[in-house]
Design a protein around this ligand. Structure first.
Ligand SMILES: *Cc1c(COP(=O)(O)O)cnc(C)c1O
Length: 487
């Protein structure tokens, strides 16, 4: 693709830049029909078919007509081979996918704008199978009758979380919406003031509450909420106690919050369910790999939460989805809500999710097989060695205009998980030699234009490329792109 762009540039040069080349006028422009019959267009017609090539060729000839009127058209631009090359480059550019594969060197492993978790090869194989042939999505192979798509992964989710039942929707925001709408429509939901979070991308607990048709009852204060605050707020209209994991910020200092077990107990005395929005939520204790502690779903279930919701594409490392686990009777109610039909996931999501969840059955191998965990557990020394290895190539490619050094930096988990904790990492720090801000932003822009764009983080008049998420298998592709970037 890079080469195709180059060839467009060459064509434009040929058309405009050579003052001494023989000039042409609009009447010299050959007809579409004649050009399409020339040998130069045979390969294009084979690849893109008649309709597309015709449209692209008309567009190109229109452009040349404009040049002719401006007196800037040269005769050699009308050569069939030159025209075919220009049309080919245009078609290639237009047919390349707009959802591009990028290098995430931002230092944020679960970057929401870059699609969060990369589910990896196990999920890929499973999704490919589901794309190639019909699947038993809602078909019970035992009875031959109608099945429920949730049945496919409910047992696996229950096994991994010790919950009684489980269901899956489009994302965690949908999970929270479904839970509140099902259990508390036109009634009250009690939440601590310290947990009225905004997650970004317009997910705010008070707004979700309103959309779900429930009334939010705030209790406690920003920094401290006690058991009595919840107990005192209970009325005949109370329907749900809710706890929200404050995933993207931390309140420190003089603080108090009520644990899940204590809240569950308050709920039980009044037969009110406790719903916990865990946000990221992990299926396994990350401390096992020396990572910061994040609540584990099975612990929250064991502590007495009646429903727990969490994202599948955050720490879990799967595709975008929202998972709800908990009491059988409550999950049954969720499934009966017409909203569930609107929020349900498709077969591709279920295929990917099942494959990723299955990896959790072998926790010893998880850090090897699950990309998210593999990246989070990369050793800083290995990343440092990688930075030293790449440094000379990047330096050589960028030349004198930039100063490149290997530098230590801090990665973040991202997606709201563990906001305070950072992971020591390493990467490349690029500064413009003459300190020019313009040349640095020009480089960033060129990195974004690459066939596989390189996305870094700019701060302190430098571009920081955190190498935590550059796996060694991707290094050759990464390096090949740097050639010719300098100057
Ligand atoms: C991320 C998050 C959400 C939203 O989850 P999505 O999967 O992005 O819809 C909701 N609540 C909390 C606490 C979160 O961390």
């Amino acid at each position: 693709m890079v080469d195709e762009r180059k060839s467009t540039l060459v064509t434009e040069d040929a058309v405009t830049a050579r003052a001494e080349a023989p000039a042409a006028c609009a009447s010299d422009i050959p007809s579409v029909e004649r050009l399409l019959q020339s040998a130069s267009f045979v390969p294009l017609l084979a690849q893109y078919a008649h309709t597309q090539v015709t449209v692209a060729l008309r567009r190109e000839l229109e452009r040349l007509r404009g040049l002719a009127l401006a007196g800037r058209l040269v005769l050699e631009a009308l050569d069939a081979g030159t025209l075919a090359a220009a049309v080919g480059a245009d078609l290639a550019r237009r047919s390349s996918p707009t959802l591009r594969t990028v290098f995430n060197l931002t230092g944020t492993v679960l970057h929401t704008n870059l699609g969060r978790a990369v589910p990896g090869d196990a999920a890929v194989q499973s999704v490919i199978r589901a794309l190639r042939a019909p699947v038993s999505l809602e078909y019970d192979l035992e009875s031959g009758g109608r099945g429920d798509r949730d049945d496919l992964i409910e047992p696996l989710l229950c096994e991994l979380t010790v919950a009684e039942a489980a269901t899956v929707v489009n994302n965690n925001a949908a999970a929270v919406l479904l839970m509140i709408n099902t259990l508390a429509y036109r009634r009250e939901v009690i939440v601590s003031r310290g947990e009225l979070v905004e997650i970004g991308g317009a997910f705010r607990i008070p707004d979700v509450m309103r959309s779900a048709g429930a009334k939010l009852i705030e209790v406690g204060t920003t920094n401290r909420t006690h058991r009595a605050d919840y107990a005192d707020a209970l009325t005949a209209r109370s329907a749900l106690l809710m706890k929200v994991h404050t995933s993207n910020y931390a309140i420190s200092g003089f603080t108090a919050s009520v644990e899940v077990a204590a809240l569950a107990e308050i709920g039980r005395t009044r037969a009110l369910p406790l719903g916990v929005d865990l946000g990221s939520g992990s299926l396994i204790d990350l401390a096992r790999w020396g990572l910061p502690k994040e609540p584990v779903v099975r612990d929250i279930v064991a502590a007495g939460a009646d429903l727990v919701t969490f994202s599948a594409d955050k720490l879990l490392g799967g595709p975008q989805a929202g998972i709800i686990v908990g009491r059988t009777d409550l999950v049954r109610r969720l499934k009966k809500n017409p909203l569930k039909r609107a929020l349900r996931v498709g077969k591709l999501t279920l295929a990917a999710l099942e494959a990723v969840l299955a990896l959790y059955r072998a926790p010893e191998l998880l850090a090897d097989r699950l990309p998210t965990l593999r990246l989070l557990t990369r050793d800083a020394r290995a990343i440092a060695a990688q930075a030293e290895r790449l440094l000379p190539r990047v330096r050589a490619a960028l030349g004198e205009a930039y100063r490149v050094t290997a530098a230590s930096m801090m990665s973040q988990i991202g997606s709201g998980a563990l906001p305070v904790d950072q992971l020591p990492s390493f990467g490349l720090c690029i500064r413009a030699s003459r300190g020019s801000h313009r040349s640095l932003s020009r480089l960033e822009s060129r990195l974004r234009q690459l066939a596989r764009p390189v996305i870094g983080r700019s701060a302190d008049k430098a571009l920081w490329l955190d190498l935590r998420c550059l796996e060694s298998a991707d290094e050759p592709e990464f390096l090949a792109q740097w050639e010719g970037l300098g100057g």
